[in-house]
Design a protein around this ligand. Structure first.
Ligand code: SF4
Ligand code: SF4
Length: 113
């Protein structure tokens, strides 16, 4: 997700899907992690990035314009779904989920760029 190379000119997946993660990934006094203000509780053990379950989802941590230039404000502390999503997309190699996110924003699959 939005950070490096191809992804820094995209950001579509940060404005396409719910982003849920375990409460242990929140930042704490002894551990870096997702700032609590960027997330909302779903259950006692599950958090969701704020903005990602809106009708037109967009993660609150995303800055910039999708398809042009974007930045994740918490890139180093982003939750595991973001770290694991389309791991080769930054190198220009997408996958079906990446393609779906890009299509939602009128962007072609990475392999066709
Ligand atoms: S290229 Fe794919 S993985 Fe990268 S920001 Fe866009 S949708 Fe997300
Ligand atoms: S935390 Fe960062 S990488 Fe994850 S969805 Fe939000 S803006 Fe994208």
């Amino acid at each position: 997700m939005a950070g490096l190379d191809y992804c820094s000119r995209c950001g579509a997946c940060c404005a396409a899907f719910r982003v849920d993660f375990h409460v242990s990934e929140l930042s704490g006094p002894e551990s870096p992690g997702v700032p609590e203000a960027f997330a909302v509780p779903v259950t006692a053990s599950l958090m969701r990035m704020r903005g990602t379950d809106a009708t037109s989802p967009r993660c609150v941590a995303l800055e910039g314009e999708i398809g042009c230039g974007v930045r994740c404000r918490i890139y180093e502390a982003r939750p595991s779904p973001c770290r694991e999503f389309a791991p080769y997309a930054a190198l220009g190699i997408g996958d079906p989920a990446c393609d779906r996110a890009r299509a939602r924003h009128g962007l072609s699959p990475l392999s066709n760029d």
